[in-house]
Design a binder for this molecule. Structure first.
Ligand code: ADP
Ligand code: MG
Length: 675
């Protein structure tokens, strides 16, 4: 029986928290005005402009939690990431995003600094947390931890753990497992230290990629994903598998690309860089406005890959990072407003029980198979050894030569006959001995081969078995210190939460008393003063509503400009595509393509009708690559299924196996229709 928590799903909102970084050296030297104040009792952030005329009231935004500049990395982990990781190891999906302007602490929050354990960010802390959970689990539970690390730059996906970090990978979708990146490298890891080494390899690749393409990492999105599979025998005697996936996302800087910088190719690049972020914004808007029937996940790689994280099956937290200096006022307000909207996204989460693509199940099956094979070879070995002994023991019997026929010969002839027969026997015996030795040698060689096979099987078994982690094993190594820090931070937090609760109660009591006092006017004069105060408050509210409206208008204006930039870049792309098409494809063929091509909204791709007749299905079914120790996380290939479907059916809308090769590109008029 699956346990109770794996049954049914829960609806919960995306949790949004805000972190303010301290003033940096430059801001301090410039004597920047600190426009951000954090109220951690009411979980609000107030932003005030010093030089507004007429003076403006502070903009106040409320979140699930707010963290001032002095909040430690450990506190951030315990209060934001820890509850998510706790659920991931139990089979839920989880996502932690860092969103904000470049330089506000996204990477600091996600990865942190290597210089001291207490400065580590969410990613390394979650490693220690996951392996600490495995170490504490009972030994009847088995685990498998696998990681991937990718980057999205300019709407291209790159594998940060692969051999070639410059190669762009395809994002694919299959009905049984959903969206995935084809050929993305996944590593099975055994402990937190190993995980950390893999992360630094990925970070180095990110850096190499960035310098080679002359970009900063602030313009790319990085997604570090950890899959935790666990298996345990249920009360029904069967083994049940659960799989939780944790996405740790360091988004590109949210600031708008400067218009002066972005001209020509740069503009196109800029609009593509922003595409994922603006689509992310559109997805959030569509999810929270309650009226949209279509959520534009397909419009960017980021939203396609993280579809489950927003409005799907994932426990999600967004960490919005802001700087305190007034010089960043516009970007800060923009981040706060963006984050504020995300609070209203509802996700529906459930435990991923018995997932079809679980590696643990497959490894376990392979282990059982290998064990069986080993047993079989051990039996063969025993039999061979017995046979060898028999061969060795076989005696060459010496005939006593007591044939009655010889008795009738005279003694001389008898002697000769006896000698002849003895020699014949000796010859036969020699031959027999030779044969036996040959058989013996063959058996020995066979035995040697079986032994070698057995060694190989044992080695393979060991390799597989060490991929699977057994609950209770101490896998923490150096990360143990990290785990202790985490536990200490959790205890401190508990104490602090209690204090805060007490403070909040006191505050509420005082507020109630104050209101009570206000109500009891002893004279008209007091009543007058109270009403004036109320009026002042109302005016304040009115002003802040007006300011909010102005912010909204400014924000809309910014968004509009962004969209227009995008539209302009797209239009130019279409014009170029038109030019290429008109130059190389005759009009009548273009009309033909137009006639037979259509856009599949569900799959998000162009499809050609009657593709079965194009010869596209003649290509040989794709061979699945052999799995090495470095495990490829590409799910089982079903391209054969697609191909056989397309050859069996000449219905319109058959899926294209290779849209760019055998089939001509859809005509741009059809593309224009879509725009
Ligand atoms: P982003 O990834 O958003 O561009 P970074 O994480 O690189 O920003 O942070 C920029 C700089 O600010 C780094 O030097 C980082 O160490 C520092 N920093 C950011 N947040 C904090 C913080 N909360 N406390 C101390 N230093 C911080
Ligand atoms: Mg960064």
């Amino acid at each position: 029986m699956p346990d109770a928590e794996s049954v049914g799903s829960t609806v919960e909102n995306v949790r949004v928290v805000v972190r303010v970084r301290p003033m940096d050296q430059r801001e301090k030297m410039e004597g920047s005005y600190n426009c951000v104040s954090v109220d951690s009792v009411n979980n609000t952030i107030a932003v005030t402009r010093s030089n507004a005329s007429p003076p403006e009231p502070p903009r106040i935004y409320a979140y699930d939690a707010v963290f001032d500049y002095d909040t430690s990395q450990m506190d951030i982990y315990v209060q934001t990431a820890s509850p998510i990781v706790e659920q991931v190891v139990r089979g839920y999906n989880g996502t932690i995003f860092a969103y904000g302007q470049t330089g506000t602490g996204k990477t600091y929050t996600m990865a942190g600094s290597n210089t001291a354990p207490e400065l580590r960010g969410i990613i390394p802390n979650s490693f220690a947390h996951i392996f600490s959970h495995i170490a504490k689990a009972k030994d009847d539970e088995k685990f498998l931890v696998c990681v991937t690390y990718l980057e999205i730059y300019n709407e291209e996906v790159r594998d940060l753990l692969g051999n070639n970090p410059h190669q762009s990978l395809e994002v694919k979708e299959r009905p049984d497992i959903g969206v995935f990146v084809k050929d993305l490298t996944g590593y099975v890891v055994h402990n937190a230290d190993e995980l950390e080494k893999i992360m630094s390899v990925g970070n180095k690749n990110r850096h190499i990629g960035a310098t080679a393409m002359n970009i900063e990492s602030s313009r790319s999105h990085a997604i570090f994903s950890i899959t935790v599979e666990s298996s345990k025998k249920g009360s029904d005697g069967k083994t049940h598998v659960k799989m939780g996936k944790l996405h740790l996302v360091d988004l590109a800087g949210s600031e708008r690309q400067s218009k002066t910088q972005a001209t020509g190719t740069r503009l196109k690049e800029a609009s593509k860089i922003n595409q994922s972020l603006s689509v992310l914004g559109n997805v959030i808007s569509a999810l929270v406005d309650g009226k949209s029937t279509h959520i534009p996940y397909r419009n960017s790689k980021l939203t396609r890959l993280l579809q489950d994280s927003l409005g799907g099956n994932s426990k999600t937290v967004m960490i919005a990072t802001i700087g305190p200096a007034e010089s960043n006022y516009v970007e800060t307000i923009s981040t706060l407003r963006y984050a504020n909207r995300a609070k209203n996204i509802e996700n529906k989460t459930h435990v991923n029980s018995e997932p079809g693509d679980a590696l643990l199940t497959r490894f376990q099956q392979e282990i059982d198979q290998l064990k069986k094979q080993l047993e079989e070879t051990a039996n063969v070995e025993m039999e061979e050894e017995e046979e060898e002994d028999e061969c060795g023991e076989e005696e060459l019997s010496d005939d006593t030569l007591t044939d009655p026929e010889l008795d009738c010969l005279d003694p001389e002839d008898r002697k000769i006959q006896r000698n002849i027969r003895r020699e014949e026997k000796a010859k036969v015996n020699r031959e027999k001995a030779h044969q036996a030795r040959k058989v013996l040698e063959e058996k020995k060689a066979e035995l040697q081969k079986t032994k070698k096979q057995q060694e190989e099987l044992k080695e393979k078994l060991q390799r597989l078995e060490c991929k699977v982690l057994v609950g209770g094993e101490n896998l923490l190594d150096k990360a143990d210190a990290q785990r202790q820090l985490l536990e200490q931070a959790a205890k401190e937090l508990e104490q602090r939460t209690l204090n805060e609760l007490r403070l909040q109660e006191d505050l509420q009591k005082k507020e109630a008393e104050r209101l009570d006092l206000e109500e009891r006017y002893s004279s008209l004069q007091e009543e007058n003063a109270a009403k004036t105060r109320k009026l002042k408050r109302a005016v304040q509210l009115l002003n802040s509503a007006k300011a909010e409206l102005a912010d909204q208008q400014r924000e809309q204006q910014r968004e509009m400009e962004g969209i227009l930039d995008g539209v302009r870049a797209l239009r130019r792309e279409i014009q170029l595509a038109d030019l290429v098409l008109d130059s190389y494809i005759p009009k009548e063929y273009q009309a033909l393509i137009d006639k037979y091509v259509h856009w599949n909204e569900q799959l998000g791709e162009w499809q050609v009708k009657c593709v079965a007749y194009t010869g596209n299905n003649m290509s040989a079914p794709h061979q699945r690559p052999q799995r090495a120790h470095k495990h490829q996380v590409e799910p089982p290939d079903l391209s054969d299924r697609y191909l056989s479907y397309s050859s069996a059916s000449s219905r319109p809308g058959t899926r294209l196996a290779r849209p760019h090769s055998a089939v001509p590109r859809p005509h741009s008029a059809a593309l224009r229709q879509r725009q």
